[in-house]
Design a protein around this ligand. Structure first.
Ligand SMILES: CC(=O)N[C@H]1[C@@H](OP(=O)(O)OP(=O)(O)OC[C@H]2O[C@@H](n3ccc(=O)[nH]c3=O)[C@H](O)[C@@H]2O)O[C@H](CO)[C@@H](O)[C@@H]1O
Ligand SMILES: C=C(OP(=O)(O)O)C(=O)O
Length: 417
């Protein structure tokens, strides 16, 4: 197993390029199931989760050719309607194949994803939505078996804002008969990206990015070429890397408008952010001011940036209150941040972080994807050496993060344990 060794203390400088979005690429690759034939998806990040998605598609009978960041998926020959536990357990987004398989073949059998480190993460709203579209759903032996001769448009009102649920239902409704209305839909930019590729395939989806999405079902979708949007969470992580090291970096290929909530909070903390010709410059302050955050569905502060922001607040002047409102168990980085000498107290879903003058490098263990990023950030600003183990979590969602950080001057290497 690999681990990362970080010698902290370098102010980051220089330029870094953001990769394609993991959270957009996963449903986009899965959406090709709906469009039989040769699809070409570009700006796909090199990640373990992408490999898992490719394996899921291949296991269904699709032919996938990866050429750098361009992935060609020929879905004409799909002949299996089942995604097994082995594949779904390693990446919960693979459960999104259920709707497209059902829509195209009238049947599907997909493993339930189960709980994961950051929370229980049920898919009840996905299933309720599919039932509203006319699917018959049975849960058996840890699998969801679904069938429907023809999905029918329906009005679906989500109890809570769900990104995966909205994406799943948007795909399933694209070829349902008649009109569907998704109310209290999630508004994340990745949902707009998915709607865009579906529309390019011939779907008729309006309102993605708002809380009401209207879908006029069409008879069939056709294969396309499509470029995935940039990864806003990777970009946000680099912004915090600049801030926490008091560095001055330029980030290329990101969309600053996807990160408004983070940008406002970073500016409150004293970070200077400017944008010119699609390059975002981020300059860390000499003294970081403490800021409170509450995670919320988009356009609120993203839960996927909470751990990284907490690392920043560990070095702030004053106390910061961080409320996690999306996932019930997304404070696992706290125990590890304490090992750097951070001062954090958790009460329920609220963490109070009192900034300390310095963090001190330590051996730490990554517990989930964004937690791993927060430990790297803490390591970059700590005295001495930090060793981050279990970085396979990191490889799920950050493309070559140690190389990109080293390119900004960080002293970070990957070694085999
Ligand atoms: C691959 C991908 O895009 N992952 C993102 C997606 O995850 P994901 O789509 O799994 O997250 P959701 O938006 O669905 O979850 C939001 C909340 O709704 C709850 N819920 C969800 C579905 C459901 O059927 N029932 C239910 O109760 C969840 O437990 C959670 O409390 O959005 C999350 C929230 O922005 C991000 O952290 C993840 O990075
Ligand atoms: C939690 C995340 O991903 P996933 O939904 O794939 O677990 C994430 O991207 O931070």
């Amino acid at each position: 197993m690999d681990k990362l060794i970080i010698q902290g203390g370098t102010k980051l400088s220089g330029e870094v390029l953001v990769s394609g979005s993991k959270n957009a690429a996963l449903p986009i690759l899965i959406s090709t199931v709906l469009a039989p034939g040769k699809n070409e998806i570009s700006n796909v990040p090199f990640l373990r989760d992408i490999n898992t998605t490719i394996k899921v598609l291949e296991s269904l009978g699709a032919r996938v050719e990866g050429n750098g960041h361009v992935v060609k998926v020929d879905t004409a020959g799909i002949n299996s309607h089942e995604a097994t536990y082995d594949l779904v357990k390693t990446m919960r987004a693979s459960v999104l194949v259920l709707g497209p398989l059902l829509a195209r073949f009238g049947k599907a059998r997909v493993s339930l994803p189960g709980g994961c480190a950051i929370g229980a993460r049920p898919i009840n709203l996905h299933l309720k939505g599919l039932q509203a579209l006319g699917a018959e759903i049975i849960l058996e032996h840890g699998y969801v078996a679904a069938k429907a001769r023809q999905l029918k448009g329906s009005r679906i009102n989500f109890d809570v804002s769900t990104v995966g649920g909205t994406e799943h239902l948007m795909m399933a409704a694209a070829t349902a008969k008649g009109e569907s209305l998704l109310e209290n839909a999630a508004r994340e930019p990745e949902i707009i990206d998915l709607a865009r590729i579906l529309n390019r395939m011939g779907a008729r989806i309006e309102g993605a990015g708002t809380d009401t999405i209207r879908i006029q079902g069409v008879a069939e979708l056709a294969p396309v070429s499509y470029e995935v949007m940039p990864d806003r969470i990777e970009a946000g992580t680099f912004m915090i890397a600049a801030a926490i090291t008091g560095g001055d970096i330029r980030i290329k290929g990101m969309k600053l408008e996807h990160l408004d909530a983070l940008v406002f909070k970073l500016q409150d903390a004293g970070v200077e952010i400017s944008s010119r010709d699609n390059v975002v410059r981020v300059k860390g302050p000499r003294k970081i001011r403490s800021v409170n955050i509450k995670t919320r569905p988009y356009p609120g502060f993203p839960t996927d940036m909470q751990a990284q922001f907490m690392a920043l607040m560990c070095k702030a002047d004053g106390a910061s209150v961080i409320s996690e409102n999306i996932f019930e168990n997304r404070f696992m980085h706290v125990a590890e941040l304490l090992r750097f000498g951070a001062d954090i107290v958790i009460e329920g879903n609220v963490a109070t972080v009192k900034g300390v003058k310095k963090l001190s490098g330590a051996p730490v263990m990554a517990t989930d994807l964004r937690a791993s990023a927060s430990l790297i950030l803490a390591g970059l600003t700590s005295d001495n050496t930090t060793e981050v183990s279990r970085i396979y979590h990191l490889d799920r969602g950050y493309e070559s993060i140690e190389k990109k950080l080293a390119g900004l001057g960080a002293n970070i290497v990957r070694v085999q344990e």
